[in-house]
Design a protein around this ligand. Structure first.
Ligand SMILES: Nc1ncnc2c1ncn2[C@@H]1O[C@H](COP(=O)(O)OP(=O)(O)OP(=O)(O)O)[C@@H](O)[C@H]1O
Ligand SMILES: [Mg+2]
Length: 1024
């Protein structure tokens, strides 16, 4: 009777055996080999259960079974254990074989505790009026077992046998209901994380000696092992002085005295940690904390860290589409500072990656990069008035050029806002990346006592601490990352020691060798990983510091579940951790420290590395098909480091376009240059030549903007050669236009006109009217500056006619502006003002505020020439106001110089000095040499008026040196004239003759006629 009932119950259990478990055992493997391995065995017995079930009707019995057993099965499955047998009143489960985890004993313990709790909750059974409470007894033991498939061929069964299993069963039998008894070895493996009673000695059936047994009472901490590790840091040691400096700065920033602090020091010395500690201060809660990271693989990616910061400000999510992004940006700018709405397209460009063509960019103001930076700056400043800001930029040694420019510009104005900006910087401070204005904190190694305290905390085991502390202290040399890495290494050693000889550490740790750099200790730790895990770590390192799991899965071709398992293991070894990112879709992993990523990456063979980059790039192309533009820089990085030159060129080129669209011209130069570097390694095929000429042209354009004009000239010639070879007229005309613009910028008007004219004849053939208008406008201006005013005017008129016809308002506004310049040159100031005002009204229509402020400036100039000083100053100041509003400090600087000149005419020297001072500050900030030359020239003119000849001469020389270097002939020539005029005035005939002749020669070479009559006059005079 009893026999029958039991079988019946077993049948009922069957559905609860997790399918995954059986499936995994059976899956494809055929048979599992027998092996000796360590396992942890649990026996669970629910006392009286069968008896109870006997008394009930089958339906009720089934219900109880599902209430009580289903959770048990679920719990064991959750910890990845394997139910092996159902016994009369209970079951046996195995942890550690056939699937092992490093923490199997902990898993078994945790599962047992949960099972106890679950039975307590679900095991109250009503029989009639009485309530019967079910109670379990559990035994756990860890040790060597023999596992495998046992039985006849027809009925094979996976099981484990051995002493360990027997003892586990005995422990269960000896437990009192509601308790968990564990054996010696299990105790050693789990004691750090669980509450366990003192041992008792027990006589166990079948054992000669008494056995130590322990009662497992609970977990030390409620959180799981993995969660406990996550975000847990060593206690913070020392650094009190540095923290004080930071706290002081925090206080000052809070009172709107903005601060910039640069923290530098070697790898792992604790820069990031120090910043983290500051953010825990109570005052820091009053701040909005924004942070952005720079990374070695993003050195060229424009505004990489700022992208993170603005994503946060605008609340943009990974899967927002362009419309949503634009809306969020507009709303937020409206809320923060509506005068910056003009810049929302800059921001949407930054955050959504729209790409503009070269032709579009050329038509915009070249100084737009300053404007963009200005807008970002202003937005942050205005934002700080809502709530003070802490802006953290980490790892500035890898910052991209555009972001650096931003930082430098910000650093000078921070002082007036409630902003604390902190940069961390690996290495010594004297590098170019260092920001002059910043207060510097250099992190030294921890002191001996601090190191010792840290070691004491991290090594829980007294013995190991005793044996190793001194060695760690001397080797790590006060570098906390080094200390942590050494101790992680010790942990690994300890774990393997625990398996063999628990508690016996002297032998191992007395002769413990520590490699002498943090790199080698971390490498050694990586080397200890099982081969499979190591490979995953290496492959992940190609992705950079952050690991997107889906991407890694596709690169490794591993099953999702298996990869997840491996990641968990790597996480447990503290090579990686889970984090959450804003730019990423879901949770993702990151290397715990960049050091690990760097080491893993550097361990890859060059060939493997190339292959992995190639694979990563290809997988990314597929994965991000619909959002590929957002991954351009990453793709460029991967293909650049692969063998696939074609794709490298393709993406580097696109990344350059993207940088150019953001006016990040230095970054663009980097990308395009990488591109041409690859191009030039082989002879191009004809079908590539169009692409080549485009790339050279774009490279040249960006170079000309950042002042590399000689290089630009060379590259434009290369571009020209490419299109000529294949007769690509469209591109040829574009290149010729660029050449015209370049020579125009250099004041070489004849050459500019020559190229523009060549360009015009081709453009006519390809009938591109807008381009034609643009070129005509260019020729017109060149002719004006050359002094050929009437020809210039007729070109401008022609350009205007086309613009009207095709409604190209942007070119139209500029052409009208040039007409104004024409009248200006003729001395017809009223007409000039009229043209300027008309130009403004068009610019207003297309909301081009940049052009507006430029033209205001010109109007001011015209009034100045008219002698209407009041009006002149009015317009110049208005222009300053607009420039200020939109953060266009370049234009502000230019206006300051004009204002200075205006006041110089009126002999109001105090004002002149004021404007000189501020203009110089601005151009210094912008590192704009030509702007500085203008300042020097004004200074020279002021000193000339004050009759301080010697000083004046010094500044004329300084200005001329710059003009000449940049090929700015008109300013160079005019400065020589002004200098010569001074010599003439003080009757230094030799000097006068020399400067005037030079001026005549330079101005003559570009056909500028403005001062020629005066020069001839004076030279004549000198001859007499
Ligand atoms: N004063 C400290 N007390 C205790 N632990 C510290 C201290 N400073 C740093 N650490 C720990 O040392 C490790 C390395 O520190 P951190 O990441 O701050 O270095 P870092 O200087 O930013 O390195 P990197 O140059 O790579 O950015 C971290 O795990 C950190 O928690
Ligand atoms: Mg750091």
């Amino acid at each position: 009777m009893k026999e029958k009932k039991q079988n019946n119950i077993l049948e009922l259990f069957k559905p609860y055996v997790p399918k995954a478990v059986t499936a995994r055992i059976l899956e494809g493997k055929g048979s599992l080999p027998s092996e000796r391995s360590e396992a942890t065995i649990i026996f669970i017995d629910i006392r009286g259960f069968t008896k109870l079930a006997d008394q009930l009707d089958p339906e009720k019995a089934t219900e109880i079974i599902s209430n009580v057993f289903e959770p048990i099965v679920g719990i064991i499955d959750k910890y990845d254990g394997c139910i092996n047998k159902f016994l009369g009143d209970g079951l046996m489960a195995i942890f550690g074989t056939p699937f092992s985890h490093e923490d199997d004993p902990e898993r078994a313990a945790r599962a047992s505790l949960e099972i106890m709790k679950s039975i307590e909750e679900n095991g109250k059974i009503k029989i009639g009026s009485k309530v019967k409470e079910l109670k379990a007894r559990i035994g756990i033991n860890t040790g060597l077992c023999i596992s495998g498939e046992i039985g006849s061929d027809s009925r094979k069964e996976f099981t484990v046998i051995g002493d360990t299993v027997n003892l586990s069963s005995r422990l269960q039998a000896n437990a009192i209901p509601g308790k968990i008894l564990i054996g010696e070895k299990t105790f050693h493996r789990i004691k750090d994380n669980f509450i366990i009673s003192y041992p008792r000695k027990l006589k166990i059936k079948g054992k000669k000696d008494l056995v130590s047994v322990y009662t497992l009472k609970g977990e030390k901490k409620k959180i799981s092992f993995l969660e406990q590790k996550k975000n847990s840091h060593s206690p913070f040691m020392g650094r009190q002085k540095e923290l004080l400096v930071l706290k002081e700065a925090l206080k000052k920033s809070y009172q709107s005295k903005g601060q910039l602090i640069e923290i530098s020091g070697e790898l792992g010395i604790g820069k990031s940690r120090l910043i983290l500690e500051l953010t825990k201060e109570s005052l820091a809660k009053e701040f909005n904390i924004l942070s952005g990271n720079c990374s070695s693989w993003e050195e060229s990616k424009p505004y990489a860290p700022l992208k993170e910061i603005f994503t946060k400000i605008f609340g943009i999510k990974f899967d927002d589409n362009l419309k949503e992004i634009e809306k969020k940006i507009d709303n937020k700018i409206e809320e923060i500072d509506s005068s910056l709405l003009f810049a929302s397209s800059y921001f949407s460009g930054l955050l959504s990656s729209k790409i503009k063509s070269l032709e579009e960019i050329i038509e915009q103001s070249k100084k737009e990069s300053n404007l963009f930076i200005g807008a970002m700056k202003k937005l942050l400043f205005s934002f700080s008035f809502k709530k003070p800001l802490i802006i953290i930029i980490e790892d500035v040694q890898w910052i991209d050029d555009a972001s650096m420019e931003f930082l430098i510009q910000c650093s000078k104005e921070l002082k007036e806002y409630p902003i604390l900006s902190i940069c961390s910087f690996r290495g010594s401070i004297n590098k170019k990346e260092s920001i002059i204005e910043a207060k510097k904190i250099k992190l030294a190694p921890l002191k001996n006592a601090e190191t010792d305290k840290l070691i004491r905390f991290l090594i829980k085991e007294n013995d190991i601490y005793k044996f190793t502390r001194e060695k760690i202290n001397t080797t790590a040399n006060g570098n906390p990352l080094f200390i942590e890495e050494i101790i992680k290494g010790i942990e690994v050693k300890k774990l393997s020691a625990d398996k063999d000889k628990p508690g016996n550490y002297e032998e191992i740790f007395n002769n413990f060798q520590i490699p002498d750099t943090v790199q080698s200790i971390a490498r050694a730790r990586i080397d200890l990983l099982p081969a499979g895990l190591k490979v995953i770590l290496y492959q992940a390192s190609v992705l950079g510091r952050y690991i997107e799991i889906e991407l890694l899965q596709k690169i490794t071709n591993l099953e999702v579940k298996i990869l997840a398992e491996m990641m968990k293991k790597l996480q447990k070894h503290e090579f990686i951790e889970e984090t959450e990112g804003m730019l990423q879709p879901q949770k993702y992993f990151a290397f715990t420290h960049s050091l690990i990523q760097e080491i893993a990456y550097n361990s890859l063979l060059f060939k493997t590395r190339k292959n992995l980059h190639n694979k990563t790039g290809s997988v990314m192309e597929e994965m991000y098909l619909s959002k590929i533009d957002e991954k351009i820089e990453e793709l460029a990085y991967h293909f650049k480091n692969s063998d696939d030159n074609k794709k490298a060129i393709f993406y580097l080129n696109k990344a350059g376009d993207k940088a150019q669209s953001l006016y990040a011209f230095s970054n663009a130069v980097n990308y395009f240059q990488s591109c041409t570097d690859i191009l030039e390694t082989s002879e191009p095929e004809n079908e590539q030549l169009t692409q080549f000429s485009e790339i050279y042209n774009k490279l040249a354009y960006s170079q000309s903007i950042i002042g590399e004009r000689k290089e630009a000239e060379i590259n434009l010639n290369k571009a020209l050669k490419c299109c000529k070879k294949i007769g690509d007229k469209d591109n040829e005309s574009l290149v010729l236009m660029s050449m015209g613009n370049l020579y125009g910028d250099m004041g070489q008007w004849d050459k500019a006109i020559e190229y523009f004219k060549n360009c015009l004849s081709i453009t006519d053939r390809i009938s591109n009217l807008k381009r034609k208008a643009s070129i005509l406008k260019g020729i017109g201006l060149a002719c004006l500056f050359k002094g050929d005013t009437s020809t210039g005017y007729s070109y401008l008129k022609e350009s205007i006619n086309i613009c009207k016809e095709i409604k190209a308002l942007d070119v139209y506004a500029m052409a009208l502006n040039n007409v104004g310049i024409y009248y200006d040159m003729l001395g017809r100031w009223e007409n000039a003002i009229e043209a300027y005002k008309e130009s403004i009204s068009i610019a207003k229509k297309i909301k081009n505020i940049i052009v507006i402020s430029n033209i205001m400036n010109n109007i001011g100039f015209a009034y100045s020439s008219l002698g209407e000083s009041k009006q002149a100053i009015y317009y110049l100041k208005k222009s300053v106001k607009i420039a200020d509003k939109i953060g266009d400090i370049y234009n502000k600087g230019i206006n300051y110089i004009h204002l200075g000149e205006e006041y110089l005419k009126k002999d109001e020297f105090k004002e002149v000095k004021y404007y000189i001072f501020h203009a110089e500050k601005i151009f210094d900030e912008l590192n704009d040499k030509l702007g500085l030359a203008d300042v020097y020239r004004l200074k020279a003119k002021l000193l000339k008026k004050l009759k301080r000849w010697k000083d004046s001469e010094i500044f004329f020389k300084k200005a001329i040196k710059i003009y000449s270097k940049f090929g700015d002939k008109i300013n160079e020539g005019e400065s020589y004239y002004e200098w010569g005029d001074m010599s003439f005035f003080k009757k230094d005939a030799d000097s006068a003759r020399k400067r005037l002749t030079k001026s005549k020669k330079i101005l003559g070479s570009i056909g500028a006629k403005k001062y020629l009559a005066e020069i001839e006059d004076k030279l004549d005079n000198l001859r007499k």
